[in-house]
Ligand binder design. Structure first.
Ligand code: FAD
Length: 369
């Protein structure tokens, strides 16, 4: 590739980079997405409560109106008449995004190309890539964060097909709490597609990743405990997401940071898909108008609440299951779900706060660590 001039270079064609490119595809801006993968495979599913419209609504694989949390006090099932918990398989998402990018007259995707250094060049930027240089007026960096967060969500999951009908396809098992496998809060997540098909995921909210060995053994035990009969593993996914209030992976002044490196994961839960769509809307709107984009997703009040919640979890992980159970029992219908997905108004936040025991939260609020 000889030096190529574009308005916008997007580094990374994952969830954030593709979401932004799709929104810019209808504009007059020339856009190049630089992505090291040679081809996309179905490497994850994105699940979330639908709170916003986005270009990927027709990619939803399944949706649920009931979800459950299970702990020492038994099972709490929440149902909603209008909130939907939806899941999108990444393969369908990647296909749709690539299609829309291809249809854009000035948008393109370079697969199999890595971005290396990014340096100032005149009034723009020079991005050195594995296939030559790209000169861009604006650079949006969606590459994974390099900074290690102080707290994270770590998980390993397999989508399995079982011989026996062991799942309830109508209820998502958000958190089935388990005895500690890590030094944090541990639980199993089950996304049931059918009576004999589900994504079963073992998850830790913890200061460090418990590691693949712990997760492998733990996942085997959980699947075995379902008494599933002969089981086929269709796909496996694993992840490590930052859970830190105000998390931001530094970028040189003037480069727009998006995605997980720019606080897209909700600090207290790790949910990131909806927030990435909101961020993509904000950034695309600003770039099209020639403004400097605002990538910030949380106001000071949300950041404060997330900081307090995470501090309580980190200080007393053994209390974590009871806290989540309390939230799911006490928070008014839909408000908690909107809060967890990352879009919340003042009343949502207040409802969530008043559903929790005041003492540990007041202590954490007054004495930050
Ligand atoms: C397995 C898994 C399951 C998840 N499930 C959910 C879920 O159910 N709900 C939810 O809300 N969130 C979920 N998340 C969290 C979050 O939504 C995803 O991680 C999401 O993909 C983050 O988007 P992103 O664009 O920031 O990162 P990515 O999608 O990881 O994109 C980053 C891109 O940068 C590219 N890249 C890396 N190095 C370079 C380089 N040198 N040059 C150019 N590009 C580079 C990568 O190849 C990648 O395509 C999940 C995460 C994982 C890992």
């Amino acid at each position: 590739m000889s030096a190529l001039n574009v308005d916008i270079a997007i580094l990374g064609g994952g969830c954030a980079g593709l979401s932004l490119a799709v929104r810019l595809a209808k504009s007059n801006l020339s856009v190049r997405v630089i992505e090291p993968r040679k081809e996309y495979v179905e490497d994850r599913t994105w699940s979330f409560w639908r709170t916003h419209s986005d270009p990927f609504e027709d990619c939803v694989r399944k949706e649920w109106t009931s979800w459950a949390v299970q702990g020492a006090r038994g099972e709490t099932i929440r149902k909603s008449s209008h909130m939907r918990y939806q899941t999108i398989a990444s393969g369908v998402f990647y296909d749709k995004a690539c299609d829309l990018i291809e249809k854009g007259s000035k948008t393109s995707l370079s697969l199999g190309v890595s971005a290396n250094s990014v340096k100032r060049s005149g009034s723009g930027w020079r991005v050195d890539t594995s296939a030559g240089a790209v000169i861009a007026r604006t650079v949006v960096d969606t590459r994974p964060p390099t900074r290690i967060p102080t707290y994270g969500q770590f998980f390993l999951g397999s989508e399995i097909k079982t011989e026996r009908p062991v799942f309830n396809p109508d209820v998502v098992q958000l958190m089935q709490f388990r005895r500690s496998q890590s030094v944090g809060v541990d639980f199993v997540y089950i996304l049931p597609f059918a009576k004999d098909r589900a994504l079963v995921e073992v998850t830790s909210f913890a200061p460090q990743n418990p590691g693949r060995n712990v997760f492998n053994g733990w996942l085997d035990v959980e699947i075995e405990a379902l008494n599933p009969g002969k089981t086929k593993t269709l796909r496996t996914e694993m992840g490590a997401l930052p859970m830190e209030a105000g998390f931001f992976d530094p970028a040189p002044d003037g480069i727009i940071r998006m995605g997980l490196g720019s606080g897209a994961a909700r600090p207290s839960t790790g949910y990131a898909f909806t927030r990435t769509q909101i961020q993509a809307d904000q950034v695309a709107r600003a770039l099209i108008r020639g403004h400097v984009p605002n990538t910030v997703l949380d106001g000071p009040m949300n950041r404060f609440m997330d900081r307090v919640f995470l501090q309580v979890l980190a200080a007393a992980p053994e209390q974590g299951p009871a806290l989540f159970e309390m939230l799911f029992r006490n928070a008014p219908s839909d408000r908690l779900e909107r809060f967890l997905s990352g879009s919340s108004n003042f009343i949502d936040r207040l409802s969530v706060m008043t559903s929790l025991p005041p003492i540990p939260f007041l202590r954490a609020a007054v004495f930050p660590t």
